[in-house]
Design a protein around this ligand. Structure first.
Ligand code: 5AD
Ligand code: FES
Length: 349
């Protein structure tokens, strides 16, 4: 049996929902060029079995770019004094949801830096207003590490889902990406807690972040299998010039799309976005991500005046477009891939 046949056999095994061990994942990751297309084909099939040709859209509301943290890779880190900081008021956030609802969005993702000014009381108010106005919609939070009590209150206020990328499964690697006052252990604890509380929970990591090895990526796959999150967010690392890691090389679109396929095959029903970072590193990145097994897109609903201020990495796409433009652009792009954007909530099944 040739090497290529052996890699295909491994993908077949994964597609049959048999677990792969670390060495098997590692073999695939190290030899992705020989097996990428085959993995994408099978991932596409699995994705169709679960979700047909539907692509779910999430309206992303980037409501604050203030952050208390200093992640070495992130453009809105506290230490970056070049950022023009902004906060959206509760009224402004609800009005983003209004325009999003009008455009057909049935999930709103409230994303922001870890901004202490948004207390539980304020967030509870925002979430309950949106849920009361739009009971047919899901609210997703992406606001970092908070206390168990806070997660509980926000859930009770009506939040349905929570995105908290773990960034890397390797504690040593975590230390290369974050200052000492950030704890890998707490990050993982938060993720597990969110899941226990009944949030549809999303984990994830950057592909090609400085210091990441193929072994780390194999461990990511094992970790995801074990955690079994409802959502997984991955995108290429892209350097931001005003950060400590600004001089490092970006991650690759090909490795990202390959991992999307492996994740789809590992967690068949997972909600998996083709991210803006993927669309930034490659002009056709989002299409390629969808064809490799992703089934979610997260266009921006933030008001035009603040869009170019929420820059986690350089050259982010769509910062000058209105939400309506983006959604039309994406519809056309997706039609060309044979998939179709739908306006359902798109819950995990
Ligand atoms: N490149 C790519 N992704 C980034 N993120 C933060 N900074 C960057 C960057 N420079 C990702 C992190 C974070 C998510 C919101 O965005 O994974 O969890
Ligand atoms: Fe925003 Fe194409 S998706 S302009």
């Amino acid at each position: 049996m040739g090497d290529k046949e052996m890699y295909k056999k491994l993908v077949d095994k994964l597609a049959k929902n048999t677990v792969l061990d670390r060495d098997e994942y590692l073999t695939l990751i190290k030899n992705k060029d020989g097996v990428r297309e085959y993995a994408a084909e099978l991932a596409g099939k699995v994705r169709r079995q679960h979700y047909g040709d539907r692509i779910f859209i999430r309206g992303l509301i980037e409501f604050t770019n203030h952050c208390r943290n200093n992640c070495y890779y992130c453009g809105i880190r506290a230490g970056n004094s070049c950022v023009e900081r902004y906060r959206l008021s509760p009224d402004e956030i609800v009005s983003c949801a209004d325009s999003g609802h009008e455009l057909g969005f049935r999930t709103f993702v409230l994303q922001g830096g870890e901004d202490v000014l948004y207390t539980d009381d304020i967030l509870v108010d925002i979430i309950s207003r949106i849920k009361k106005k739009y009971p047919d919609c899901a609210v997703t939070l992406s606001i970092g590490e908070r206390s168990d009590e806070s997660y509980k209150r926000l859930k009770e206020a009506g939040a349905d889902r929570y995105l908290l990328r773990h960034e890397t499964v390797n504690p040593e690697h975590y230390k290369k990406l974050h200052p000492v006052d950030m704890s890998h252990e707490n990050r993982l604890r938060c993720l597990r807690r969110l899941k226990e509380l009944g949030y549809q929970t999303g984990a994830g990591f950057m592909v090609g972040s400085p210091g990441q090895t193929d072994e780390d990526l194999a461990d990511e796959m094992l970790f995801l299998k074990e955690l079994d999150p409802q959502m997984v967010g991955i995108g290429p690392f892209i350097p931001h010039k005003d950060t400590p890691l600004g001089g490092e090389s970006p991650g690759s679109a090909q490795m990202t799309t390959f991992l999307l396929s492996l994740i789809r095959l590992t967690l068949p029903g997972v909600l998996l976005p083709a991210t803006t970072a993927l669309g930034t590193i490659d002009p056709m990145g989002r299409e390629k991500g969808i064809m490799a097994g992703a089934n979610v897109l997260m266009p921006n609903l933030s008001p035009a005046g603040v869009r170019d201020k929420y820059l986690l990495y350089d050259n982010k796409i769509c910062t000058g477009d209105e939400a309506a433009q983006c959604i039309n652009c994406l519809k056309l792009r997706m039609e060309k891939t044979g998939y179709r954007i739908v306006t359902e909530r798109g819950d995990y099944k």
